[in-house]
Design a protein around this ligand. Structure first.
Ligand SMILES: [Zn+2]
Length: 304
């Protein structure tokens, strides 16, 4: 790690007044706001530039990197970097699209001055050289992430994308949509929110946060989310995601060179990672329970 990058890490930590316990941090996976933040930094580094070289160091990710991946994208220009749920989509010449998922521990490290050097980092599986200086390094210790190649016309029917629910930050995502998505679903609302077929891009952290904002118990049955409850929930989901993205954006501006450390904007969490600490609304202690093998943080007094 260069001194420059180390410096960026330190400045980030000094700014955060509140930290998640290490255990919670390690379990935290990239969710929609983190992926959107990565998308924005990739767009700055890649758009309008050619992929001059691709090195696949290891192809056995969650699904194997296509065999001819390097030859297929080498020399193509990047038109746009997009996102669908937690998938990054890099639109290239010849109607090709690279699909990337960060899985549980994936990062896209942007090395703005690699000088074309091919020196690989630990757990770096794929390296994209953009132009002649910028290297984008896909680093993923647990290898639950993936990189795939697709064409633009087949993107919406790609097996990983075809069943995704609505994007929460679109106009169509509303109380009416939630009511319809949760109809006849005899599962707890926390599980319904984590189901990517119903709500795309939401994960454990922001599901806990949105339930606290909407005063709904994570144990509540999803089919009871109608009327005012559905209105509150749709609005809270949009609010927590929008605020997290805007914090991510300001982090990037401060850092100038995004270093791939996503940070999770943890200084703003209302319940996540705060078991035993006073609820910001009623002062009673926030509680933690395990649902479907994941930690749920909630205020039993405020959330009904
Ligand atoms: Zn409370």
């Amino acid at each position: 790690m260069s001194n420059f990058r180390l410096l960026l890490h330190v400045s980030h930590f000094l700014k955060c007044p509140y930290f998640l316990k290490d255990r919670e941090r390690k379990k935290a996976m990239p969710e929609l706001p983190e992926v959107e933040t990565v998308r924005r930094s990739l767009a700055k580094a890649m758009e309008g530039k050619p992929i001059s070289q691709v090195s696949v160091w290891r192809d056995d990710l969650r699904i194997p990197v296509p065999q001819d991946f390097s030859d297929s994208v080498k020399g193509l220009f990047v038109h746009r970097v997009g996102r669908r749920a937690k998938y990054l989509q890099i639109f290239l010449d010849k109607e090709k699209v690279i699909l990337i998922h960060l899985g549980m521990s994936g990062k896209m490290l942007i090395d703005i001055d690699s000088n074309g050097s091919n020196k690989k980092l630990k757990h770096e599986h794929v390296t994209f050289l953009i132009g002649d200086r910028v290297a984008i390094r896909f680093v993923d210790p647990r290898r639950f992430g993936l990189i795939d190649l697709c064409t633009r016309d087949k993107l919406s029917s790609h097996p990983l994308l075809v069943h995704l629910g609505l994007e929460p930050l679109t106009e169509e995502f509303s109380d009416a949509y939630l009511k319809k998505a949760f109809k006849n679903k005899k599962i707890c609302i926390k599980a319904a929110l984590l189901n990517q077929h119903m709500v795309a891009g939401l994960g454990n952290i922001y599901a806990c946060e949105a339930l606290w904002y909407s005063c709904l118990s994570p144990r509540r049955n999803a089919l009871t989310i109608t009327g005012k409850r559905a209105e509150r929930l749709a609005q809270s989901i949009k609010q927590v995601l929008t605020e997290a993205i805007s914090r991510g954006g300001s982090t990037l501006r401060d850092h100038v060179s995004p270093d791939g450390e996503m940070g999770y904007f943890q200084n703003s969490f209302k319940v996540y990672g705060r078991a035993g600490a006073p609820c910001f609304s009623c002062n009673k202690p926030v509680q933690k329970m395990i649902q479907l093998g994941r930690s749920t943080f909630f205020c039993p007094n405020c959330q009904r």
